[in-house]
Design a protein around this ligand. Sequence first.
Ligand code: NAD
Ligand code: DAO
Ligand code: ZN
Ligand code: ZN
Length: 370
Amino acid sequence: MRTRAAIATKAVAPLEIAEVELDGPRAGEVLVEIRATGICHTDEFTRSGADPEGIFPAILGHEGAGVVVEVGAGVTGLRPGDHVIPLYTPECRECEYCLNPKTNLCQKIRSTQGQGLMPDGTSRFRTLDGEPIFHYMGCSTFANHTVVPEIALAKVRQDAPFDKICYIGCGVTTGIGAVINTAKVEIGSRAIVFGLGGIGLNVIQGLRLAGADQIVGVDLNPDKKPMAERFGMTDFVNPAEVEGDLVPFLVDLTRGGADYTFDATGNVDVMRTALESAHKGWGESIIIGVAPAGAEISTRPFQLVTGRVWRGTAFGGARGRTDVPKIVDWYMQGKIEIDPMITHTLSLDEINKGFDLMHAGESIRSVVVY
Ligand code: NAD
Ligand code: DAO
Ligand code: ZN
Ligand code: ZN
């Protein structure tokens, strides 16, 4: 079939909107009509050329929601008409990783997904000239139709709006999951969140859900303050306005250091500050941000010797097929909010504007509605 897509033809270039050829689903695969997709910082990371694993031409996008159109041979858990959210972290429920409760990093299709291919080593996308186009993070939601392995689709309730729940495909789950699944924050905790963008705001609402007493937000952009307060931030710190070292300032503010700190900037210097502003003896610092190619983190080992813990999280530690439908339910029940964070709604033709808004720091989430 033919479908419309935004193609990343090469690094740095704006996405090109064009018709592409899409082959039908093979065994274990599902054809999905994408109804809405968020534009995440990670799409920009790849589009900009900063991603060392970026492959071009590719159809980016990994934060979508849509409807099953057709299923391939052997697909038993989904049928046409089901509403789904594609998962860049699949859940096969049978690999060594899925069987270990300590991780969500299913490895069943890891190698081909990393090469921009379906599990059989081929792509379903081609240009109208017949040139292959790579998939992205196993999702490629910047296409009106895409093909995704069954194990990388979460089936969700039918009454949830696509233009909001697409955000659960990455930002919402990553932020809330970092609090609940990775840090396992206890009621009454003190926390610091570095970076109040699309991920950090969801860390904040996760902390509110978990019953944290103090939620400090740190961002260089003061425009982020009102939205973060709306989601539960109790204290705002702009590092540019702090005289002297930021670490002792934050340690004082949290009365000895935070029980939990979260990096949602991707900046390795911020990651160090986050670790060092965690409480001596028990503070845990969770890295969510994806750093530029080649960047490294450092601290004095004594920081860890004296009880601080440094951890990371991918997709908020969530097992997508199991956890994503529950998060959709939380949204529909009003336990979490999404709507205020969707600051811009665009058509596919306007998708490059979404990247401009991100650069200007004017959006939290831009969502493309097909
Ligand atoms: P964003 O651009 O919306 O937000 C980043 C925020 O950090 C901005 O508000 C910016 O002003 C602030 N910031 C930048 N430098 C800062 C500094 N030195 N000190 C304080 N604040 C600073 O990005 P986002 O969509 O929220 O994504 C955040 C990070 O999370 C990115 O690196 C992204 O790639 C990563 N990410 C990780 C996962 C995962 O599973 N681990 C999933 C999605 C995104
Ligand atoms: O299993 O080795 C692996 C890779 C898992 C990929 C997880 C990616 C999470 C971070 C990237 C940002 C997502 C938007
Ligand atoms: Zn993302
Ligand atoms: Zn698995």
